[in-house]
Design a protein around this ligand. Sequence first.
Ligand SMILES: C[S@@+](CC[C@H](N)C(=O)[O-])C[C@H]1O[C@@H](n2cnc3c(N)ncnc32)[C@H](O)[C@@H]1O
Length: 307
Amino acid sequence: MAYAEFAAREARGVSRAYERLSFAVAGDRELLDRLATLPPGKRQPNLLFGAVRLLGGPVDDPAAFHAYAVANWPAIEAQLRVRATQTNEAGRCAALLPVLAALPQPLALLEVGASAGLCLYPDRYAYRYGEHTVGAGEPVLACVATGMAPPARLPEVVWRAGLDLNPLDVTDPADVAWLEALIWPEHTHRRARLRAAAAVAAAEPPLLVRGDLVDDLPALAARAPAGATLVVFHTSVLYQVPAPRREAFAELVQALPGHWIANEAPDVLPYEALPQPPGEALYNLLALDGTPLAWTRSHGQQVSWFG
Ligand SMILES: C[S@@+](CC[C@H](N)C(=O)[O-])C[C@H]1O[C@@H](n2cnc3c(N)ncnc32)[C@H](O)[C@@H]1O
């Protein structure tokens, strides 16, 4: 995504530091020229800012960022080449929960693009939809929900498995450091949430398989236990997948038994008429078995159910 668009549509109202920084990079010929030497998938704002934060560089002052980036470009470039944007946001479970809770229980969860697998524990987190709370313990996932009755119960999960091109390990400090660096600077609550969710996952690590969401899905789905509803789901993944592979995935997942939940940018899957999103910010679209249900904000902080 272009830096100016990231500033205006993703960072605005969410991270003042990243909004300022990405506007500055959008006009910074020296940095843009360096980024242009990298493959397209390695130029994104989240990746660059995360790499600089991982190395301890400043992201709160565009001039200091520029000076640091120019002086430390070889180290930054090395990180950009080996890392990927794999933000794992447990908060997205707040958007998934209403759908998961309404399916026939118990569930066998299979997440594609799982990163470290933190979204595989929707039954272990607590939720606050306005005044309504569900579940107990940490983290507590707060969500502004409109147009729906909040879920009355947590799902019953009997199997959880994830597929990712590059699974991260919540028990490995280097992987957790990268996940932390991917969290936007002002988002102290998200860092606390990451640590709490990582502790839940580390206590009972999920089955995470290195593989592709098309090539390796059938074999992993076949490992799901009989007697549970198989739910293949994904959040904020398909924007990283080329269009022909997205089409192959959609065809494949619909041929599997069970259900399919997508929480993705609205343009990555073919949907017919969609209502207007509730605001100017970027929204994801929550869909069950190809039917759109709601607009969601990217960290699960808002769900606007269709009327
Ligand atoms: C932005 S992260 C989102 C992680 C997680 N779904 C969440 O919402 O917190 C996208 C993840 O998708 C994975 N991914 C991208 N393309 C993939 C593919 N073809 N097959 C499997 N995983 C893929 C990436 O490695 C990355 O971990």
